[in-house]
Design a protein around this ligand. Structure first.
Ligand SMILES: [Zn+2]
Ligand SMILES: [Zn+2]
Length: 70
């Protein structure tokens, strides 16, 4: 796979969108692995430095899907 930005050989894949990224264009971004409800409080298991391509835009908040809540 090649880098999305410069077509060099990718060393990793964006955790959020799957684009390839080379060593020059690697970025890091926190990624939530799982959410837990601990004693009534929601806590997240987070990877602080997950690979990020710098191009995609993960939304900061969950998106409601009322169509699926029938
Ligand atoms: Zn690159
Ligand atoms: Zn991405």
């Amino acid at each position: 796979m090649d880098c999305f930005h410069c077509r060099r050989t990718a060393v990793g894949v964006c955790k959020f969108c799957g684009r390839g990224i080379c060593e020059n264009h690697l970025q890091a971004k926190p990624f939530i692995l799982a959410l837990h409800d601990i004693g009534g409080q929601t806590q997240a298991l987070v990877v602080d430095d997950a690979l990020f391509c710098g191009t995609c835009h993960p939304r900061p908040h969950p998106v409601p899907l009322p169509e699926l809540d029938t």
